[in-house]
Write a protein that binds this ligand. Structure first.
Ligand SMILES: *[C@@H]1O[C@H](CO)[C@@H](O)[C@H](O)[C@H]1NC(C)=O
Ligand SMILES: *[C@@H]1O[C@H](CO)[C@@H](O)[C@H](O)[C@H]1NC(C)=O
Ligand SMILES: *[C@@H]1O[C@H](CO)[C@@H](O)[C@H](O)[C@H]1NC(C)=O
Length: 366
């Protein structure tokens, strides 16, 4: 049923299909940064996982307490989209996050109200793994792409916020339940996401084009609170890294690829001389001598390249003359129901199709 993709070593444009294959949103890499701006990203990715497990427990009613949502570690965000709000639209540079579900603007350029902006009388307050925003909730129209205009979209006007450097907000395309508890006084109300509204307003094209391999959304907790899927196995060359069917998530808000610590150890042990640079970058270091002998890493559903380009070393705060890799330990052993995260480094090579009406995730070559 599931077929592996081959490793394609060329990074191409990333696109995220919002609803059906025919509606794609171009995501642009953030440019113009310099210095070690990615240093800390691997550890931040692991922190996000912890928050994601906690957030699912809270929404599922298994845990009490904080409403921290595991959204994007914004300091390390690499991909944003240009989204219009209002009429005429004001365009904002917004993070597209499949791991959270509130949509808001105002953390960079302020929210410009137009005749389509209707206050709801609700306060909104969301705390993320790093950062927060609070303000008032509006209904407004949102232009995702020419010809894809969603009306009556609930959207936050961020008046107070922290840690949203360089971006104007988030478009949250995760499951709707993750918005529970973010409004006041309507604490029990879920906020329809842009995907819910696009569906309701008939904006979703039903035709599927191209050869996309689909896999159903998983039912395994806590991955089922996100865009979770099961992989049936994973291999590094001839070595089995993931031995059976396990659940994890596909996440645009995570930069790297993380696998459970026991699986990571198997992977690292298969690369002679490789070690984990936990003291500095949080990345795997791969000896140059080992590179010619590296094997494909294959997730069955998928596959990917594993090496960080040397020119990116500075950004990750890494030694200039070492080779680092993308695949790292998640920070816990396998068996927790959310045992891997397929982050942006995978989606640079594939389209990921988040198909809400059919509860499935699709992959295709870019
Ligand atoms: C707009 O959305 C709100 C809640 O998000 C809903 O109560 C209202 O009925 C919607 N109005 C229209 C015209 O769709
Ligand atoms: C998905 O993985 C979980 C373990 O994470 C397992 O318990 C479950 O049976 C798997 N589901 C399928 C359909 O293989
Ligand atoms: C990390 O730091 C500890 C304590 O200073 C040291 O024992 C260990 O060898 C270091 N690890 C690496 C990979 O540099």
């Amino acid at each position: 049923m599931l077929s592996p993709f081959l490793v394609v070593p060329v990074a191409l444009a990333t696109q995220l299909s919002l609803v059906g294959a025919a509606t794609t949103l171009a995501l642009s890499p953030v440019s113009g940064r310099s210095g070690a701006y990615m240093q800390g990203a691997p550890d931040a990715g692991r922190t996000r996982v912890t928050h994601m497990k906690e957030r699912a427990a809270r929404v599922a009613g298994y845990a009490e307490g904080s409403t921290t949502i595991p959204a994007t570690n914004l300091a390390y965000v690499q991909y944003t989209a240009n989204i219009g709000v209002g009429s005429p639209p004001t365009y904002y540079n917004i993070v597209v996050d499949t791991g959270s579900s509130n949509t808001f603007v105002g953390t960079g350029n302020p929210y410009v109200k137009t005749s389509t902006s209707v206050p709801t009388g609700q306060e909104v307050n969301v705390t993320y793994g790093s950062g927060f925003f609070s303000g008032y909730e509006y209904l407004d129209q949102v232009t995702i792409a020419p010809g894809l205009v969603i009306v009556n979209q609930s959207i936050g006007d961020a008046l107070e916020y922290a840690d949203f450097e360089g971006v104007d907000g988030i478009i949250g395309v995760g499951p709707t339940d993750l918005t529970l508890g973010t409004l006041y006084p309507a604490v029990d109300a879920a906020i329809p996401t842009v995907m819910d509204n696009a569906l309701k307003q008939g904006l979703i094209p039903t035709e599927i084009l191209g050869s996309i391999t689909y896999t159903p959304v998983t039912t395994t907790y806590p991955s089922n609170y996100y865009w979770g899927i099961n992989v049936t196995s994973a291999t590094y060359g001839e070595t089995t890294v993931i031995p059976a069917s396990y659940a994890g998530i596909v996440d645009t808000g995570t930069t790297l690829i993380y696998i459970a610590d026991d699986w990571y150890q198997t992977y690292q042990d298969s690369i002679p001389g490789a070690y984990y640079d936990g003291n500095n970058t949080g990345l795997i270091v791969i000896p140059f001598e080992a590179i010619p002998f590296m094997q494909p890493f294959t997730f069955y559903v998928s596959g990917m390249a594993q090496l960080l380009p040397l020119w990116q070393n500075e950004a990750w705060g890494a030694e200039p003359n070492l080779q680092y890799g993308y695949i790292g330990p998640i920070g816990s052993l396998s068996g927790e129901g959310l045992d891997f995260i397929i982050g942006q480094k995978f989606m640079e090579r594939f389209y990921a199709v988040f198909d809400t009406p059919n509860s499935r995730v699709g992959f295709a070559y870019t």
